[in-house]
Structure formats: C-alpha cells, structure tokens
Design a protein around this ligand. Structure first.
Ligand SMILES: [Zn+2]
Length: 119
C-alpha cells in the first residue's frame, strides 16, 4: 500500500493522503495490547468497518475534497479560515457585562468559618 501511495504522490504532488478511520472489534487480550502499544496485528482477511475517510494532510473528509487538490500541499490558508483578503472580517461583540471589583473575603475570625457570614 505504501508503494501505491508513493506512486500517487510522484504522479501528482498535490494529491491527498487518504486514511481510513476504522472500527475493529477485538478480544480483551488484543485490546490490552492495542492500548499499550498503540497498534495491534489484525487477522488476515479481516473485514474492517470504515467509519470515515479523511486526508491526513489537510484533515478534510473524502466526500468534501475528493475532486480538489490537497490544500495542505498548496499553502495553509485552509487552516486559518481561508484567504484573509476574501473572508469576512472578524465580528467584535460589545461586552455584555461589567467586571466589578469586590473586596477579598476575610479568611480570619468568625466570618471565615461561617459560609453565610460576610455576605
Ligand atoms: Zn488533503
């Protein structure tokens, strides 16, 4: 599989690097091994249920960007919300409240022991 991926990238450097996020049912022994090592050996001929297919470079799903070039190989504008000259300006909201400075609660004396005291 690595050779086929490498051949695709040599043919078109702007192609996506697809990876399948999968769900594999395992027994307890294999689950422990997978948790410990971060990987496990699957049985030959095992059918793996695919949850989602994404590009590991641009982190986008297959169905959204399959017919486009990989944005990660071009530049990083997809990570910062697109071209800053084209995208909408940031909305600056008016503050909804005001911070009021309060005196510090006393931790000594009777009010320091009673939760209702000092309120
Ligand atoms: Zn991509």
């Amino acid at each position: 599989m690595e050779e086929r991926i490498k051949a695709e990238h040599e043919k078109d450097p702007n192609t996506h690097t697809w990876e399948v996020q999968a769900s594999v049912p395992v027994d307890t022994k294999t689950a422990r091994r997978a948790e410990l090592r971060g990987s496990f050996r699957a049985e030959g001929g095992m059918v793996v249920k695919s949850l989602e297919v994404i590009c590991s470079s641009c982190r986008r799903p297959f169905d959204m960007v399959a017919d486009e070039k990989c944005s990660a190989t071009i530049d990083n504008t997809h990570l910062i919300g697109g071209d800053s000259g084209v995208r909408a300006k940031r909305i600056v909201h008016a503050p909804v409240g005001k911070v009021i400075q309060q005196p510090l609660p006393s931790r000594r004396g009777l009010s320091g022991y009673s939760p209702q005291a000092g309120r």
